[in-house]
Design a binder for this molecule. Structure first.
Ligand code: ZN
Length: 196
């Protein structure tokens, strides 16, 4: 079979699937999956496999759609985050940070957050207003990001993921308990709809 024939088969397959760019979309783990609670390991090898994982994470994030994603969320507890705050229609401002670390934080903001790994819930979370983050880009070059606004919030949210922390850990215990109850109910409803 020629490579052209193979490409045609893939295009037909994509059309049948109803989406042309979903080949590398990964499953997003959701609370209370224990991988979300693991502290992700630093990345030491920047190789082709890692580039594949980064591409898969970006595709998964855009497909969801979401503005940020951390390694743990796709079952890979390694210190990688991707985000894009340019607006979901543009998808042209992807930021990849390997081994990100917040080295400076100032100010305080309260913002409503949600998470692809926390089903059907959002809550106000207090975060630093501005952060400076150091890490590596996808080629392994050192980078420093100084961000405020949405990007600063996303960076803090995603770096939390790498430390096994979810945004619901920042809300009151009472609110968290209410969410757990709501989730239990949602899962029960989902299960009973599956058995019909
Ligand atoms: Zn999240």
């Amino acid at each position: 079979m020629t490579s052209l024939q193979v490409s045609v088969i893939f295009v037909v397959y994509d059309i049948l699937q109803g989406d042309s760019l979903k080949m590398a979309v990964r499953t997003i783990l959701t609370y209370p999956d224990t991988i979300l609670r693991q502290r992700a390991e630093p990345v030491t090898n920047i190789d082709g496999k890692l580039q594949e994982l980064i591409d898969g994470m970006a595709e998964t994030m855009y497909d969801a759609p979401g503005v940020g994603l951390a390694g743990n969320q796709v079952g890979e507890p390694c210190r990688i985050i991707v985000y894009d705050t340019s607006g979901l229609d543009l998808q042209d401002d992807l930021v990849v940070v390997i081994n990100p670390e917040i080295i400076e934080a100032e100010g305080e903001v309260l913002n409503e957050e949600a998470c692809l790994s926390v089903i059907d819930y959002c809550a106000d979370v207090k975060r630093a207003e501005k952060v400076t983050v150091q890490g590596l880009d996808r080629e392994g070059n050192p980078i420093t990001l100084e961000k405020e606004g949405l990007a600063a919030i996303v960076l803090q949210h995603e770096i939390d993921h790498l430390n096994g922390v979810l945004f619901i850990d920042h809300i009151t215990k009472l609110k968290r308990e209410l969410y757990k109850r709501k989730l239990k109910k949602l899962l029960k409803e989902w299960e009973s709809s599956q058995s019909l």
